[in-house]
Design a protein around this ligand. Structure first.
Ligand code: AMP
Ligand code: GLY
Length: 422
């Protein structure tokens, strides 16, 4: 069977690595892929947003399963376009992908489904939005409605900051069409967790829990990033919290989408805030998380391909996922300057060093003149397992020491939160 993975980051390397191990012995292609996917798949020089190019390739190569990594092509409707040509593709339709593509739509679904989420108001004009800040006051969260490459959320600690954010989005047009509307949301206290689940539009099959580290610096300080590391499982998601998330968040959302005539198929990623055992939705993503996918798939023992196919064809009910009991941790090595401007093209050394209970997923890497060089902000996802979360952390940082490139940065406290909780 021929499988195409769309994207070229750490998440896609983890997907390619896992799918390539399927007993179904698939031939895996990755578009555009990176230097890591080149070792378990064939890279194809087509961008993740070039839907016409991807479609032509899938038809020509008789691709039997396409798995989409990033949100942009999903929100653009790649699933509708492939399905219309009878190509099997994992992910939500354009209508269902609005859960991530529009924060206003997401809120409307959450409210109508009775799913707990922060109170909010939507605005199109700056003046009433700023007036609302004068009524509600900071701390408060301002979010661009549309996709803004992970930069559209402002967690504001002062009223001035919030008004500046409103101005940037609605008046200066910082995010273009994605910032035509905003929501202003109450700031929720608590601890975050990522909860991913497969769904065929009706049945919800949860993956193991995980937790991301969104800030650039140790101790959750500094700017928000795509994610500087993750671990799985997340101890904050106790069995009781897990049950609540399934009953109060995931199932009602999937049911509501089906009732609205936009059944959600694929992986649904709930970004949750958990306080006193009560989950609340901060956002939904309509795809696998990055870097959460790296520790998750490193722990997944089941063959992923039949699960992906069951999401597309129906029949997820009755399936289970077997997990390695051992916790896993992924430490992201990034280029200095990320999430803003950073240099590229630095040679990466030590990638073939022997590792114990660890694997290096590539993100922003490429091959050049027989070497592997950096080509993005997040460069590597060094992922490890251990008998305890502490052992997994030690294995991950031991592996980090073996690889190097100029101006590499990483957080030194990935997973620490989980150690405190167990
Ligand atoms: P997002 O880009 O939607 O993942 O949001 C980025 C980060 O902003 C989240 O991971 C949270 O840390 C934070 N955040 C978003 N919404 C809220 C909220 N209502 N209350 C507190 N923090 C939030
Ligand atoms: N790690 C956060 C995300 O994938 O959106």
């Amino acid at each position: 069977m021929n499988v195409l993975i769309v994207g070229g980051g750490g998440r896609e390397h983890a997907l390619a690595w896992k799918i390539a191990q399927s007993p179904l012995a698939p031939r895996v292609f990755c578009a555009p892929g990176n230097a890591g996917t080149a070792s378990c798949a064939t890279n194809v020089p087509i961008g993740a947003e070039d839907i016409d190019g991807l479609l032509a390739f899938a038809l020509e190569k008789h691709i039997e399963l396409t798995v989409v990594g990033p949100e942009a092509p999903l929100v653009e409707g790649i699933v509708d376009i492939f399905s219309a040509r009878e190509l099997k593709i994992f992910g939500p339709t354009r209508a269902a992908a609005r859960l991530e593509g529009s924060k206003i739509f997401c809120k409307e679904v959450l409210i109508s489904a009775g799913v707990p989420t922060a109170g909010y108001r939507a605005f199109t004009d700056a003046a009433p939005a700023k007036k609302y800040i004068d009524e509600k006051h900071a701390p408060i969260v301002v979010k661009a409605d549309g996709l803004a490459a992970g930069k559209g959320v402002y967690v504001c600690t002062t009223d001035d900051e919030a008004k500046k954010a409103i101005h940037e989005i609605l008046v200066d047009g910082k995010f273009g069409a994605a910032g035509k509307h905003i929501i202003i949301e109450d700031c929720l206290p608590g601890e975050e967790a990522s909860f991913l689940a497969f769904t065929d539009g009706e049945y919800v099959l949860p993956l193991a829990s995980s937790q991301d580290h969104k800030r650039i610096g140790d101790g959750d300080r500094g700017e928000n990033t795509g994610g500087m590391g993750a671990y799985s499982p997340a101890p904050i998601v106790t069995p009781a919290v897990h049950e609540k998330i399934m009953r109060r968040v995931m199932q009602p959302t999937v049911d509501r989408m089906a009732a609205m005539g936009a059944p959600y198929r694929g992986v649904l990623y709930g970004g949750l805030m958990i306080r006193d055992g009560e989950p609340s939705v901060l956002e939904f993503n309509v795809r696998f998380g990055d870097p959460e996918t790296q520790p998750l798939l490193y722990r997944m023992k089941s063959d992923i391909v039949p699960l992906l196919l069951a999401c597309i064809d129906g029949g997820l009910r009755g399936r289970t996922i077997e997990w390695d009991e051992r916790p896993s941790v992924c430490v992201v090595m990034a280029a200095k300057g990320y999430p803003n401007k950073y240099p590229k093209g630095m040679e990466i050394r030590g990638l073939d060093a022997p590792l114990s209970d660890a694997f290096i997923f590539h993100a922003g890497t490429k091959q050049a003149d027989g070497k592997v060089v950096t080509s993005g902000g997040r460069v590597l996802g060094v992922t490890a397992k251990g008998a305890t979360i502490k052992a997994a952390i030690d294995h991950a940082y031991a592996a980090v020491k073996k690889v190097s490139f100029d101006q590499a940065i990483w957080r030194s406290d990935i997973g620490k939160k989980a150690v405190k909780e167990v």
